[in-house]
Design a protein around this ligand. Structure first.
Ligand code: SAH
Ligand code: SF4
Length: 387
């Protein structure tokens, strides 16, 4: 039986060298390894195999040997929610750190639009940073995601929307008729990706392989709160598109909203942006700006924003604040967002407001995971009341 136990270590997330080592450990002679690696790579990352049985290009014995020690497991789907607007959100359980313990939860969101489909993935469980408007920031860092868990989110999403060749045959429970597919990957889920540098870099290397998952680096965007020393390194080692969570134009306010600003203030952050490799009109940095009522949404703020960014090939993304229980802010009024956007527009930045998606399934940063924690707490209360 070559169908593996899903608890065995997964091959998802391994690069070619590690796959070569896997075959070496199974006794595949060196001269045959290159071909075996190419074959399994294709089945893992281009065709989305979920069981070794599918990989008939490998001999039965080799499939059985793989299945005894390994799996092709992805993170486990705890819930899948589909919004009225087509946004999908998955709550995923990762492997537990100790036997018997429950693994931590992360979220992944798929946002279909007219001309593209964006997958928003997480890089950490929780976050070490404490941005005051972000729900993830209220959760302590539990741990970094491994490359397998980062790439695994892309695999799960592709499984579920049927984005593999022969998807219907492979996974009859999938949703192969989804109209829109994943064209863009954004690291805008839970966590600060530059504080999990190597794992995120390796995972994005796998995501960008043209003979595998095949997302061009122009279609992968890393969002950072501003870990300044890691920005040039990311440019050198990964060089995907970059988004910066700016959110304020003055250091005193940004110190409060995005506390990492106390370490690396706005001027240093923007210097790092100016030096990011190969910027041009076609390759711009996205500046994210959450709209907080009466906090950072004045017309003077809008003018200062365009002044600060002058000379940097930039896009501006105004994000209506997604409220969460106990949040100390409100979203700016729509008229104010429009007035702010007009200043930004007149300075030459096109369609700057990010339209809210998946509101009915709470697709905002950190919301789903917390909802599940709450559910568990209320289930406990119910149990206590019943006993
Ligand atoms: N840690 C990274 C990436 C994850 S957050 C970063 O901070 O950039 C992705 C984006 O969502 C960031 O721009 C973040 O500031 C924004 N965000 C967080 N909480 C939000 C909320 N409640 N409403 C709107 N945007 C939010
Ligand atoms: Fe962390 Fe980003 Fe949230 Fe800040 S906005 S707490 S960096 S996830």
């Amino acid at each position: 039986m070559s169908n593996s136990d899903q608890n065995s270590p997964t091959l998802i997330g391994l690069g070619r060298n590690e796959l070569g080592e896997t075959f070496a450990a199974l006794g595949v002679p060196e001269r045959a390894r290159g071909m075996r690696v190419a074959q399994i790579w294709n089945w893992l990352y281009a065709r989305g195999a979920t069981s070794f049985d599918q990989i008939t290009v490998l001999s039965k014995d080799l499939r059985a040997a793989l299945g005894e020690r390994h799996s092709l497991a992805r993170p486990e789907i705890v819930t899948e929610q589909v919004s009225a607007d087509g946004t999908r959100k998955w709550l995923l359980r990762l492997a537990a750190d100790r036997p018997g313990a429950q693994g931590p939860l992360v979220e992944t969101v798929y946002i279909p639009e007219e001309t593209r489909g964006t997958l928003c993935i997480s890089s950490q469980v929780g976050c070490t940073l404490t941005c005051s408007f972000c729900h993830t920031g209220t959760q302590p860092l539990v741990r970094n995601l491994t490359p397998a868990e980062i790439v695994g989110q892309i695999m799960v999403a592709r499984d579920r929307i049927g984005e593999w060749p022969d998807a219907r045959a492979q996974d009859p429970t999938g949703l192969p008729n989804a109209e829109r597919k994943i064209t863009n990957i954004v690291l805008m889920g839970m966590g600060e990706p530059l504080y999990n540098f190597e794992n995120v870099r390796d995972a994005m290397g796998l995501a960008a392989a043209s003979d595998g998952l095949g997302y061009s680096k122009r279609r992968i965007t890393l969002s950072t709160s501003g870990v300044v020393p890691e920005i040039p390194r990311w440019g050198q080692e990964a060089n995907t598109m970059l988004a910066i969570s700016l959110h304020a134009v003055r250091d005193d306010l940004r110190d409060e909203l995005v506390p990492i600003n106390r370490k690396w203030p706005i001027a240093e952050l923007l210097d790092a942006c100016r030096q990011y490799p190969s910027l041009s009109n076609a390759k711009r940095i996205t500046f994210e700006y959450v709209m907080l009522k009466g906090v950072n949404d004045s017309i003077a703020d809008a003018r200062e924003l365009v002044r600060l960014l002058a000379g940097i090939p930039a896009k501006i993304n105004l994000i209506p604040f997604n409220a969460w229980p106990g949040a100390p802010y409100e979203c700016s009024d729509w008229e104010q967002i429009e007035r702010f956007a007009e200043v930004v527009n007149r300075a030459g930045y096109a369609s700057p407001v990010r339209s809210p998606r998946g509101r009915d399934i709470m697709a905002a940063c950190g919301q789903l995971k917390s909802a599940s924690v709450k559910e568990r707490a209320s289930a406990r209360r119910l149990e206590a009341a019943a006993s």
